[in-house]
Design a protein. Sequence first.
Length: 144
Amino acid sequence: MAEVLLDRLGKGRFKAYSAGSHPNGIVSPFALATLRSLHLPTEGLRSKSWEEFARPDAPQLDFTLTVCDNVAGEACPVWPGQPISAHWGMPDPAAFEGPDERKARVFRDTALALGKRIELMLALPLDRLDSLATRREISGIGKR
């Protein structure tokens, strides 16, 4: 969901990619339904491993943001180009167990929280911040 949200809210400033440490091969139907309910595109989305973005031929990454709490302690790959990294931890909505209507609400709440954090990131004067200040500001967004 973060991939689609950053692409849409960033209006061309960024090209976002979403990947996980242990992808299951399918995009959650709840994530797709949430994106559609927010009038966001879902075509072309696929389940990806973050290893795909650690290869020498991968797109250059300026930022890497981990969002699921269950990956905060995992060792991440070495990203080519040493992008600015931050953790914006939040519970993984796919891990929620309960009735479908409640699960749909958890996915929507997660998407809205991600959207707010992305808007905060987009409001940063990135062109006027040095690398250390950018890292500090983007990391701080994950603590809000």
